[in-house]
Design a protein around this ligand. Structure first.
Ligand code: PLP
Length: 479
């Protein structure tokens, strides 16, 4: 019998090319500082270098890998560069990359406990580990009334929280009947735009998402929240949900969770805490005061894929009452029925988020936590905060610049006093130079530069160099 024809990669080829890929990644990381941080290509430049149609014949693997350097790298903005200070970070690390590779290698789809018990149980276990690691309330533990699940992003977590809140407030009828336009949700003017999207998707409507005003530190004003809820109730509406943010995207403002929680309890509203980036800081007990009141939250999320050295995507989401979430998102068609589910003794994570299918994402998180240990994670978080605070001091002491917001952790918002045009110029020149990458926001109507210290490998010398380059560009302003 002749061998069956196959185009597949053989296990031996896989081993050989796999080593080459790991070498490529290791080399990339060791030479990452030689690339301009922000990709310098023009729109469409990457596509014109690619063949118009797909290859008829399979190609050699080394040719494909060579094209990573030639065709792909020019179009990469180097998020893993230690000179990346833009947005919020999106970190990777050795253990996370390897954990993710193993997840790909296993290739399991963990929609049900029975489709890979380890995929479900490791996830539950690691999310239970994280509860005391972050000083979160025991009610989030799987052994209590709640539990945690890994979602792709904080946007998905907020959407799930809002859906569960909507269902709870309508006695679980709105999934059947749709929203009648009376359901209202609350966030602040500084809340991440994903809440607006969640209001659209959840059928609540953006006009029924009240954006509560903020104080001088860009944090939600609880008395304004209380007033708005009361007005909405008087108008016959049905308030159901508040999102408080620990560390807003624009300026890292900290909403007063405890006061917001008191109002939520008074009106029986679902409180969701979005700690997408800053939640990682709670690994260190000295920063936990920023999440005071989280013990009253109905749900909470943070992204290890931002600041906890775990590559994208990985958002951890906990609820205090898992029944409310499961009742909101559970559908059981005949083809997914199985004995383990019927016993009620297992978790089927497909009921805890929007998609059915799911990757084995807890592997990379498990690898990260075991590799660093709590001690290692705390060390790097503390170091990032120290470096950002040092940068803030340099800004404060330089009379050309001012701080635009308080800097509680690792984000510094600052600006040159010469105004918007000057700040825009400084930022554009820095980013064009490729030496570092930072981004901006608007605070009180003024263009403000943001420098976030959180990339896995950022050290003191990178922050020192960033400040030196900023000063250099400020010095050229009149030119
Ligand atoms: C506070 C906050 N919430 C939500 C998000 C959205 O994150 P994701 O991309 O995980 O949806 C961000 C992103 O920066 C954020 O800063």
């Amino acid at each position: 019998m002749p061998d069956e024809k196959s185009f597949h990669m053989t296990p031996e080829e896989f081993r050989c090319y796999g080593h080459a890929v790991v070498d490529w990644i290791a080399d990339y990381h060791s030479r990452i500082e030689s690339f301009p941080v922000l990709s310098q290509v023009k729109p469409g430049q990457i596509r014109v270098s690619l063949p118009k149609v797909a290859p008829e014949k399979g190609e050699r693997f080394d040719a494909i890998l060579n094209d990573m350097d030639k065709l792909i790298l020019p179009g990469i903005t180097h998020w893993q560069s230690p000179n990346f200070f833009a947005y919020f970070p999106c970190n990777a690390s050795g253990p996370a990359i390897l954990g993710d590779l193993l997840s790909s290698g296993l290739g399991v789809q963990g929609m049900l406990w029975s489709t890979s018990p380890a995929c479900t149980e490791l996830e539950t276990h690691v999310l239970d580990w994280l509860v005391p690691m972050l000083g979160l309330p025991d009610k989030f533990l799987s052994s209590s009334t709640g539990g945690g699940v890994i979602q792709d992003t904080a946007s998905s977590s907020s959407l799930c929280a809002l859906l569960a809140a909507r269902e709870r407030a309508t006695n679980y009828t709105s999934n059947q009947t749709g929203s009648d336009g009376r359901i209202v949700a609350y966030a602040s003017t500084q809340t991440h735009s994903s809440l607006e999207k969640a209001a659209m998707v959840a059928g609540i409507g953006v006009s029924n998402l009240r954006l509560i005003e903020v104080d001088g530190n860009f944090a939600m004003r609880p008395e304004a929240l209380a007033k708005q809820i009361e007005a909405d109730k008087r108008a016959g509406l049905l308030p159901c949900f508040v999102c408080a943010t620990m560390g807003t995207t624009s300026s890292n403002a900290m909403d007063p969770i405890a006061e917001i929680a008191r109002i939520c309890r008074q009106h029986n509203l679902w409180l969701h805490v979005d700690a997408a980036m800053s939640g990682t800081a709670a690994l260190c007990p000295e920063f936990r005061h920023l999440q005071n009141g989280v013990e009253f939250a109905d749900s909470y999320c943070f992204n290890p894929h931002k600041w906890m050295f775990t590559n994208f995507d990985c958002d951890c989401f906990w609820v205090a009452d898992r029944k409310a979430l499961i009742k909101t998102l559970s559908i059981l068609p005949e083809y997914l029925r199985n004995q383990a589910t019927e016993t009620g003794a297992v978790i089927d994570y497909r009921d805890w988020h929007i998609p059915l299918g799911r990757r084995f994402r807890s592997l990379k998180l498990w690898f990260v936590i075991r590799h660093y240990g709590i001690e290692g994670l705390q060390h790097h978080v503390r170091e990032h905060v120290r470096l950002a605070q040092q940068f803030g001091d340099w800004v404060r002491k330089d009379e050309r610049f001012e701080l635009a917001a308080s800097a509680p952790l690792n984000l510094v918002c600052f600006r040159h006093k010469a105004g918007d045009e000057a700040n825009q110029k400084i930022m554009d020149r820095l980013n064009r130079s490729g030496d570092l990458f930072l981004t901006h926001t608007k605070l009180n109507g003024k263009l403000t530069l943001r420098l976030c210290v959180g990339q896995t490998n950022t050290q003191e010398r990178h922050v020192v160099n960033a400040w030196r380059r900023i000063c250099e560009e400020a010095g050229k302003l009149s030119h």
